[in-house]
Write a protein that binds this ligand. Sequence first.
Ligand SMILES: [Fe+2]
Length: 268
Amino acid sequence: MKIMPKDWPRDCRYVKAGNACRELGIVRVRLTGRRQSGLLAGMKRSEINRYIEEAKVFFDQHQFRLPPFGYWTTRQWKSLGHEVDEIRSRHLGWDLTDFGSGDFLKQGLLLFTIRNGKLDDPQNKKMYAEKIMVVRERQITPWHFHHLKTEDIINRGAGRLVCELYNSDPHGGYAQTPIKVSCDGVVREVAPGGKVVLGQGESITLVPGLYHTFYGEKGAGTALIGEVSSVNDDASDNRFYTPLPRFPAIEEDEAPAHLLCNEYPDGR
Ligand SMILES: [Fe+2]
């Protein structure tokens, strides 16, 4: 299997049986994240399409409605101009990652960013962000903290979310100090590496420098998780304990039903 060179024409981005590029005898793979020499890890576009379809059904089941851009197709995106630059520049919309694990169900997250500001935009008046997420049982979002962002993680009404916590030390390690954390306005003290489990309607406030990992509790079903936060900037504000790619490598084995938030074409 060969990796598609950067300079391939845009109409050769997707693997489609019978198209002209197939004559070159190459399985074309576009990597939007990490490149690995030899072995390809990452996600297939067909998996991403399937998980997004499942998420749309899940949100509907719980009466959580997405904004219109949640349903825009790849074809629709090609005709859109600068009137939707806010969606492009703030990376709103679908966001699905395996954090480079190659096993989305074991270590991965599906998010939909509903609103966001932009710190480096002098015109920005929006100092907040909101996301909705699907977290499956035992599906891990790995240990990380944020340099600037404060986020409330909220169980919006399905499953149970297990959050594990450490304070960070000055060197970016785990501090062996107890954590004081606010859960729905009530201060709780948690031992280093300890857990807070969010039942339906419950939330936790994660402040900058507080390491956290989370996953859906086994046996409780898939969790519907919201995030309300200060501005989100995945390019500079995430500190993973073990360095990880934030966005997946993608094997284009079929056309995308919906573009991810880092894949929108420029405005016409
Ligand atoms: Fe976080």
